[in-house]
Design a protein around this ligand. Structure first.
Ligand SMILES: [Zn+2]
Length: 451
C-alpha cells in the first residue's frame, strides 16, 4: 500500500496519513446549512470528500464518511421568516434538506455513510455543553451558554491566529453577557420569532453552530478520528471552535488531520451565497451533465481556488466526451505492460495530497497510450474512473431524441443556409446550442448531436 500524504492545516504542511484504526479511515466533513438550494460552490466539499473516500477505499482502507446537515441555524430562522408566505423554520429545513439530497444525488457519487442532522443530535449536544461547564470551560448566563476561549491554551493553533486578534463574528449578539468578547455561544436562549427550540438545563433555546459539529462528529466517529474536512472559509472560527470544544471536554483532539478545500471563484471573487450571480448546483448539472461537473472539480487541486465559468465547464464536457469515446474502444482484461505505469502515476498522484489534476493527466496519458494498441484492456480504466466517480463514462451515452421544436429550428437553419442567410443560420445554431444540441453537418445533411 502507498504511503498516503495529506495537507494538515494545523501543522501547516503535508503529513503522512496514519489512521487511528489500522485498515480503516474516518472522515467528517461539514455539510450545508439548509436555508436555500445549494449552489455549485457548496458542491465542492461534497465532491472532494466523496472522492477522497473512494480513493482511500481503492487503497484498501475501510472508510466511513460523515457529512452533516446543519438544520438549526440563524440563517434558517431568517429565511423562514422572510419567505412569502412565512414558513415554519423546521419545515423549511426539511424541505431544503430533501432538495440538497436530490441535488447532490444527481452527481451520481452516492451518499456519505452518515448524514446526521443537528436537530436530531440535541441530547448529545446538551451533554457536551454540560461537560464543558463542569470542566470550567463554559458558563451559563441568562439562558445562554458561552465557551470561555481563554480557558484553552491551545486556542488559535488550528487557524494560526493570535487570540488577541480574533473576532468570533457574533457582532453585538450576547456582547453584554460574555465575560470576554472572545467567547462564543454554545447555547442560545430562544428569542422572539424563533419557532424551533428545545429544553435544556439552562433554559429553552437551541445550540450554536460550532457545538453541533463537535457533537455530531464525536457521536458517529469518536474523538481522534482521522480527517476533518470542510471549506477553507470554515477554518476560523468554525473549526477552531470545534477543536477547542472537544479538546476541553475530552482532553484530546477531535481529529488527526484538518483538511480544507479552496473556494470556487466567479469573476475573481469568492463564491458565497451572499453575492449574486451564483448558479444552483441543480442547474449546472442539468446543463452540463454530472460527469462534466465532476471533471471540472477534479481539474483543480482541492486546496486551490477554482475558477467557475462556461469555458471551464465546456472544457470538462469535452474531456468527458473523449474519455467516453476511448472507453468504448477498450475491451476487458489486464493492461499491457506499457500502460500500467500511467495507472501507477494516477494513484501515486492521489496519494500525494490528493492531487487530482495530476491524476487526471495520468488518466489521459493512459488513454493516449491505449489508442495506439490493439487490445488495451479496461481494468485500469475501470479502476481509475471509479476512483474519480466517473464510472458512468464506461457506458455509452444515452442520447435523447431531438424533440419537435429542436428539429423545427434545424429545418429553419437548413432553409436559411440554402437561401444564403448565414447570419440567420448561425443565430439558429446558437439557439440550438443553448438547448444543448450541436449541429453536425455531414454528407447526408445536418443532424443534431449532444456535445
Ligand atoms: Zn461543521
Amino acid at each position: 500500500m502507498r504511503q498516503i500524504r495529506l495537507h494538515d492545516t494545523r501543522r501547516g504542511e503535508v503529513v503522512d496519513f496514519e489512521p487511528r484504526d489500522p485498515g480503516r479511515a474516518s472522515i467528517y466533513a461539514c455539510g450545508p446549512t439548509v436555508y436555500s438550494r445549494i449552489h455549485i460552490g457548496n458542491a465542492r466539499p461534497f465532491v472532494v470528500y466523496s472522492l477522497l473516500k473512494r480513493f482511500l477505499e481503492a487503497e484498501g482502507l475501510e472508510t466511513t464518511l460523515v457529512m452533516n446537515v446543519t438544520d438549526v441555524n440563524d440563517k434558517i430562522y431568517d429565511a423562514a421568516r422572510a419567505a412569502d408566505p412565512p414558513v415554519a423554520s423546521d419545515e423549511l429545513a426539511r424541505e431544503m434538506t430533501a432538495a440538497y439530497v436530490a441535488d447532490t444525488d444527481a452527481l451520481g457519487l452516492g451518499r456519505p455513510d452518515h448524514e446526521p442532522l443537528a436537530g436530531e443530535t440535541i441530547d448529545g449536544i446538551i451533554a457536551l455543553i454540560g461537560t464543558l461547564i463542569e470542566a470550567g470551560s463554559a458558563y451559563a448566563v441568562d439562558g445562554d451558554v458561552y465557551f470561555s476561549v481563554r480557558s484553552d491554551s491551545a486556542y488559535g493553533e488550528l487557524s494560526h491566529r493570535s487570540v488577541d486578534a480574533m473576532d468570533q463574528g457574533e457582532g453585538v449578539e450576547g456582547a453584554s453577557r460574555k465575560r470576554d468578547p472572545l467567547d462564543f455561544a454554545l447555547w442560545k436562549a430562544t428569542k422572539e420569532g424563533e419557532d424551533t427550540a428545545w429544553d435544556a438545563p439552562w433554559g429553552r433555546g437551541r445550540p450554536g453552530w460550532h457545538i453541533e459539529c463537535s457533537a455530531m462528529a464525536e457521536g458517529l466517529l469518536g474523538v481522534g478520528f482521522d480527517i476533518h474536512g470542510g471549506g477553507n472559509d470554515l477554518v476560523f472560527p468554525h473549526h477552531e471552535n470545534e477543536a477547542a470544544q472537544t479538546r476541553m471536554a475530552r482532553g484530546s483532539e477531535l481529529a488527526r488531520i484538518w483538511m480544507h478545500n479552496g473556494m470556487l471563484q466567479l469573476a475573481g471573487e469568492k463564491m458565497a451565497k451572499s453575492t449574486g450571480n451564483i448558479e444552483p448546483l441543480a442547474a449546472v448539472v442539468e446543463r452540463w451533465g454530472p460527469e462534466a461537473v465532476i471533471l471540472f472539480f477534479v481539474s483543480g487541486h482541492y486546496r486551490q481556488p477554482l475558477l467557475f465559468g462556461d469555458t471551464e465547464l465546456e472544457a470538462a464536457r469535452t474531456s468527458a466526451r473523449r474519455i467516453r469515446e476511448q472507453a468504448a474502444r477498450t475491451v476487458a482484461g489486464p493492461s499491457p505492460e506499457e500502460l500500467s505505469g500511467h495507472r501507477e502515476a494516477f494513484f501515486d498522484s492521489l496519494a500525494d495530497d490528493f492531487n487530482t489534476p495530476k491524476a487526471l493527466a495520468a488518466l489521459h496519458a493512459w488513454l493516449r497510450g491505449a489508442s495506439g494498441i490493439d487490445s488495451p484492456g479496461n481494468e485500469d480504466l475501470v479502476a481509475m474512473l471509479t476512483c474519480l466517480g466517473l464510472e458512468s463514462l464506461l457506458e455509452p451515452a444515452e442520447v435523447p431524441e431531438a424533440d419537435e421544436s429542436a428539429l423545427a429550428l434545424l429545418r429553419e437553419r437548413e432553409e436559411a443556409r440554402a437561401a444564403g442567410d448565414f447570419e440567420r443560420a448561425d443565430a439558429l445554431r446558437d439557439e440550438l446550442a443553448a438547448l444543448g444540441w450541436e449541429v453536425r453537418d455531414g454528407a447526408g445533411g445536418a443532424e443534431l448531436v449532444r456535445p
